[in-house]
Design a binder for this molecule. Structure first.
Ligand SMILES: [Zn+2]
Length: 67
């Protein structure tokens, strides 16, 4: 399905802009059914956190204790 391409694009866009309600709904309906997109979301979250760290904002380091 071409759905994943759309969903990963939205997940990436969410870092830069606010998603519409409809876009969030599409993500929330899709993620429970797709481990690939869940992994993608996890990865971009890590990247975002790394970007925050590099920009000098210190955040509690609890990533190592998560799953
Ligand atoms: Zn997917």
């Amino acid at each position: 399905m071409g759905k994943c391409k759309h969903i990963t694009r939205l997940l990436s866009d969410a870092l830069d802009r606010s998603l519409t309600t409809g876009e969030w709904v599409a993500i929330r309906l899709h993620l429970p059914t797709c481990s690939g997109c869940r992994n993608y979301r996890k990865q971009i979250r890590l990247l975002r956190d790394a970007a925050h760290t590099m920009s000098g904002i210190s955040t509690p380091d609890k990533a190592s204790s998560d799953d």
